[in-house]
Design a protein around this ligand. Structure first.
Ligand SMILES: C[S@@+](CC[C@H](N)C(=O)[O-])C[C@H]1O[C@@H](n2cnc3c(N)ncnc32)[C@H](O)[C@@H]1O
Length: 320
């Protein structure tokens, strides 16, 4: 654990340099890897030794490396790729805020905002390279989230789903594919929904889907009977969370449902994610009690928690 930061950084660099991709065709020599990655062979060898110990690569013969089953998750074209997610959590601007965790413990505020004077999401449109990695990471985690949510939750009773902060629409597209009677609305900031066209094109053309660029802290599209917040409420500060839920409450159908999908804080992944949300965004996961208080303040009542086979749990609420 003590060396967790350096191991995470080795993962990030391996993903960035595409080392697992370079090993796709079988055993590859150190010098060949160094040439392809424009790195110093002796320095690279030291990182490769660490990656061997971490189980990302294996040394099949002295000086020849292969990619392990775990390492394949860092290959760009792998169906279970987490390459961009790994790059995202190892971006310099993310590591800078992680190093300031102690400060967040005193202020309970985002170190990104403290360092840059504006929030992470406000800054992304001016950081195209980082935004591309962020969007790629969201797509990667969505692939597994979608499988887990489809299995865990019955969307068939729903008429119109509004995916609030729905990224580029991967979840919404999957739900519209699954349920031919369902309509949908995607809301995200304009810079993000610019990439949603290709993903939702057929559903938009068929009149079953609308794509809205906007700010969920200002307003949320009306007309939905299911409002979905996947990996969104955990990214909000208390004040933002209350505003967002109040905005949804003002437009949701009287018998509508609100579904939050976020990691379970009582897991190692959830607890790590929670602390990252604190330093990066001033947000975080909420306990059952905290959620009930938040729901009550925004005019919702907690209904139930539905587990999934993956990282997420689904929390359902309805207008009080
Ligand atoms: C962590 S991502 C989750 C995306 C998607 N729900 C998923 O799980 O893949 C949070 C999303 O909220 C969007 N977002 C953040 N602040 C927003 C705001 N004020 N209004 C609309 N969308 C916002 C971001 O652009 C981003 O796409």
């Amino acid at each position: 654990m003590l060396f967790g930061a350096i191991q995470a950084q080795a993962l990030g660099v391996a993903a960035e340099l595409r080392i697992p991709d370079l090993l796709r065709d079988g055993p590859t020599g150190l010098y060949q890897l160094a040439t392809a990655t424009h790195t110093d062979p002796m320095a690279l060898e030291r990182m490769m030794r660490l990656l061997v110990q971490m189980g990302i690569v294996a040394e099949s013969r002295p000086g020849k490396f292969i990619c392990t089953a775990t390492g394949k998750h860092l290959q760009a074209e792998s169906p279970s790729s987490l390459r961009n997610y790994t790059r995202l959590t190892n971006l310099e601007m993310v590591l800078h805020v992680v190093a300031r965790l102690g400060r967040s413990l005193h202020t309970a505020e985002s170190q990104f905002t403290a360092l840059h004077g504006k929030g992470f999401y406000e800054s992304l449109p001016n950081l195209p390279a980082e935004a591309a990695i962020f969007n790629g990471a969201m797509q990667e985690i969505s692939e597994q989230d979608i499988i887990d949510m489809r299995d865990a939750y019955d969307f068939s009773r729903c008429r119109c789903v509004v995916d609030v902060g729905g990224g580029q629409g991967h979840l919404l597209a999957a739900l519209l594919d699954d349920y031919p009677g369902l309509n949908g609305v995607l809301l995200d900031v304009p810079a993000v929904i610019a990439g949603a066209g290709a993903i939702l094109h057929d559903h938009v053309a068929g009149g079953r889907c609308r794509v809205v660029g906007g700010d969920f802290l200002q307003s949320v599209p009306a007309g939905g009977d299911l409002y979905l917040l996947k990996r969104v409420l955990s990214h909000c500060t208390e004040e933002q969370a209350r505003t967002l839920l109040t905005n949804i409450r003002s437009v949701i159908a009287p018998k509508g449902r609100l579904v939050l999908a976020d990691p379970d804080p009582a897991s190692l992944y959830g607890a790590s994610f929670d602390v990252l949300m604190l330093v990066l965004l001033g947000g975080g996961l909420r306990t059952g009690k905290q959620l009930k208080e938040l729901f009550a303040a925004a005019g919702f009542a907690y209904k139930r928690t539905v587990g999934t086979s993956g990282e997420l749990q689904l929390i359902e609420a309805s207008p009080a």
